[in-house]
Design a protein around this ligand. Structure first.
Ligand code: PLP
Length: 402
């Protein structure tokens, strides 16, 4: 008998299992709209030219070694990441009330931030949008949060944000609750609040003494403009909120497997920063000791060099531009083949994902009959579309919606 005898089979992680079904499908014509990674118009992963160039120069630099990084990471990376998020003119940044902690990509930043909130600020209740990136729930549960609540977000009928529902749920949240906010390009809906709506959210968060924990996985990747994509975080910080923001460099640098992230922290009392940092140090030390270096070196080299920074800017413009083009192409084709006006949400939504509104039966037919794979929620990764498969996908969707 094994001591593991009572371990039951865990539920599969949908995004990975549907992706595997796609990979195992022998059909010659098939389309993968599942996993959240960028693809070129040829359907290939893309190593950004500036990333490749930087990697080559790092490989040739004999002064670099593989010593451990400090527990909180590479300083030139975390300060550049924090500045990129908040902007050089950020009030708390200029007052020295911010710092960054290098993390295991966006997920790791969320995880250490959640651990700090639970252990040092005694937070036990978290509000997550419904729907949200499916990992948010599990992450806070594993951190030991006692109550994982949701706030309304998606208006099924209008295929847009349910702002009334969101407002009312936040108004009714208990004081001190943590509220997870997607900084931009909401996953999975692709619907972001307007600036006026963000201002309202900020007022409620202030009034109700909620703790804003931003998740910024797509800065620059959504609109192509860094300031626009982090407008909400910048606004909250300038409004005097103390906050956390988990930053991922997976999508905007194409560094998915390097696990490059940063947790930006805003503390309104400069005197407390050292203490907060010391507790984060102990959290990281007990969790994974210290972060990996390669990806952080790349991002740091790019963000801290004007020429490289410009090259990177043109890469994010290219990626966000291709996505926007595919949204337009899909909408035009669907509107030509089905009900006009019914697909406006495809272009209203922003970022990598579109919440199509397709139902489970339709999704099943798309898989069985057309070998087109997407999540059961109807979320598609727009990056899976390209000029070679756009007609095929649009025809198939038009067929299943009748
Ligand atoms: N948060 C959101 C909303 C995401 O969509 C993702 C990735 O898909 C992440 C966080 C974390 O990604 P990573 O840990 O790869 O940076």
């Amino acid at each position: 008998a094994s001591i593991f005898k009572d371990v039951t089979q865990g539920l599969p992680i949908e995004v990975f299992s549907v992706n595997k079904q796609y990979l195992d499908d022998p059909a010659s014509t098939k389309v993968n709209l599942t996993i959240g990674a960028y693809r070129t118009n040829d359907g290939k992963p893309w190593v950004l030219p500036v990333v490749r160039k930087t990697e080559k120069s790092l490989a040739e630099d004999d002064t670099l070694n593989h010593e451990y990084l400090p527990v909180l990471g590479l300083e030139e990376f975390t300060s550049a990441a924090t500045k990129m998020l908040l902007g050089g003119d950020s009030k708390p940044l200029l007052k020295g009330m911010t710092f960054g902690i290098q993390s295991l990509s966006g997920t790791g930043a969320l995880r250490i931030g959640a651990a700090f909130l639970k252990t040092h600020l005694n937070r036990n209740v978290v509000y997550i949008s419904n729907p949200s990136w499916e990992n948010h729930q599990m992450l806070f549960r594993h951190t030991g949060f006692e109550k994982i609540e949701s706030y309304r977000y998606w208006d099924e009928k209008n295929k847009s944000i349910d702002f009334e529902g969101l407002r009312s749920d936040l108004e009714n949240a208990p004081e001190n609750a943590v509220i997870v906010l997607h900084a931009c390009a909401h996953n999975p809906t692709g619907c972001d609040p307007t600036q006026e709506q963000w201002i309202e959210i900020s007022n409620i968060v202030k009034k109700k003494k909620l703790f804003p924990f931003f998740d910024c996985a797509y800065q620059g990747f959504a609109s192509g403009n860094l300031g626009k994509d982090s407008w909400a975080v910048r606004y909250f910080a300038n409004e005097g909120h103390e906050l956390f923001c988990a930053q991922s460099f997976a999508k905007n640098f194409g560094l998915y497997n390097e696990r490059v992230g940063n947790l930006t922290v805003v503390v309104n009392d400069k005197e407390k920063i050292k203490a907060v940092q010391s507790q984060f140090q102990l959290i990281v030390r007990g969790m994974y000791s210290n972060p990996p270096c390669h990806g952080a070196r790349i991002v740091s080299a790019v963000l801290n060099n004007e020429g490289c920074f410009e090259e990177w800017q043109s890469a994010i413009t290219e990626m966000s531009g291709r996505i926007i083009k595919m949204r337009k192409g899909l909408r035009e084709r669907l509107e030509a083949k089905t009900k006009p006006g019914a697909w406006k949400h495809v272009t209203d939504q922003i970022g990598m994902f579109s919440y199509t509104g397709l139902n489970v039966e339709q999704i099943e037919i798309l898989k069985k009959k057309y070998n087109i794979y997407m999540l059961s929620s109807g979320r598609i990764n727009i990056c899976g579309l390209n000029t070679n498969n756009l007609d095929y996908v649009a025809n198939a969707i038009a067929d299943v919606v009748g």
